[in-house]
Design a protein. Structure first.
Length: 270
């Protein structure tokens, strides 16, 4: 912690996506965001999962009455009006998700420019910050739900880069081709600038051959995308959210925190 990392030339917008559930999307989102913010960069996390796990982990209120990313997507509320400060980390802000988002998937269908609503909200927010004399955001991370519906499509349209967390287990690669096919469709029809820039191996259990095999296979398929840093299976990582914290503040010297710090540094230095 405390290591300085370079500022990107322009805001880098990542969507953290994998339609497989429980692979570490949210954990990866909040911890990489926290690591970059702790290094002095301006970071925004956008929670577009109705479960609101990223909001919880960052200690951001997200009960049903809070204005949230739902209002941004459906009611044209400005992103500036829903972002909240993360209590533990100065340069980290979060647009929370509430349970109302569960209905957004259906409500979006009948709206104009339904795939581009998040992108537009982010563009407007960037201009608002500039007008208010606030510093430019360096990173935006969008935490997706485990599905490929319209919320995830909004994230793909708003982002320049996709970060795919892959759990080092047997079924890891099974859904991946479907995910990549969907991303290709987005590139073709909605967002030509989108690239799958980063893959992070998570929940790596060094005691099993299986984890090593899965990791090797993913590296063979995606040599340029897979980060060298690997996130180990760690009790500290899984405990942190119950204290409304990231592992970066909950136990900064743990192996889990150090691995996320390493991953964040690799991302920043690429
Ligand atoms: N490296 C790790 N070591 C141990 N537990 C982990 C690790 N990474 C994530 N977990 C735990 O695994 C569970 C799933 O992780 P997480 O919520 O980040 O996945 P997700 O992909 O966001 O899930 P969902 O698809 O439901 O959004 C959580 O309980 C989390 O605390
Ligand atoms: Mg999640």
């Amino acid at each position: 912690m405390g290591r300085k990392l370079p500022r990107p030339e322009k805001t880098r917008i990542f969507t953290v996506s994998n339609q497989k559930g429980g692979v570490g999307k949210t954990t990866t989102t909040v911890n990489i965001a926290a690591a970059l913010a702790a290094a002095g960069l301006n970071v925004l996390v956008i929670d577009i999962d109705p479960q609101g796990n990223a909001s919880t982990a960052l200690g951001i209120e997200h009960h049903a009455d809070v204005d949230s990313i739902y209002d941004v997507l459906i009611n044209d509320v400005a992103l500036a009006d829903v972002v909240a400060q993360c209590p533990d980390i100065d340069k980290l802000i979060c647009a929370p998700a509430t349970i109302h988002l569960a209905g957004a998937e259906i409500e979006l269908v009948s709206l104009v420019a339904r795939e581009q609503r998040l992108r537009r909200a982010i563009d407007v927010y960037a201009k608002t910050r500039e007008k208010n004399g606030e510093e430019r955001l360096d990173y935006i991370f969008i935490d997706c739900p485990p599905s490929l519906g319209l919320l995830t499509v909004n994230a793909f349209c708003a982002a320049n880069e996709v970060l795919i967390p892959i759990q080092c287990e047997y079924y890891a690669l099974e859904g991946l081709s479907q995910l990549l096919k969907n991303i290709e469709m987005i590139q073709k029809h909605l967002n030509a600038d989108l690239v799958v820039s980063t893959i992070l191996l998570t929940m790596y259990d060094g005691r099993t051959n299986l984890a090593a095999q899965v990791a090797a296979e993913v590296r063979t398929h995606f040599p340029d995308q897979v980060l060298s840093a690997v996130v180990p299976r760690s009790v500290r990582i899984s405990e942190a959210p119950s204290y409304q914290q990231t592992v970066m503040t909950y136990d900064p010297s743990s192996s889990g925190a150090l691995s996320y710090l390493e991953a964040a540094a690799e991302i920043a230095e690429r």
